[in-house]
Design a protein around this ligand. Sequence first.
Ligand SMILES: [Zn+2]
Ligand SMILES: [Zn+2]
Length: 125
Amino acid sequence: MRTRQIILLCIALAALTVAGLLTVSNARRTGAETEDYPDGIPWLCTNPDCGAEIVVTLDEMSDFFLENPDRNSLRCPKCGQYDTARAARCPDCKRLYPRQLARQAGRSVCPSCRNSNAPSPEGSQ
Ligand SMILES: [Zn+2]
Ligand SMILES: [Zn+2]
């Protein structure tokens, strides 16, 4: 009787583990998009007189483009223009820069400090 109970307990535990793993993998799948952007999606106003940093959530961004299908850039809340571009945050100076601009320059480096992608000397082991 004892052994049988232990076996049943083991089966129950195994089932719980599988259920737990499934829950985790499901949550991970649905949360994948937001996981990539835990701090929101950065945009930058490219209007030289403005330069506002705009950070939106994935939901806000998809809502905007659903409501404005003819637009391919967000509306700047500061100057009201649509001169905005997807931006990336420089890990060094923490400033936003337009990803397009960096791509046009041939390498994705921050225009502010220009060394975001440079291999760090300390990092080579
Ligand atoms: Zn603006
Ligand atoms: Zn930088």
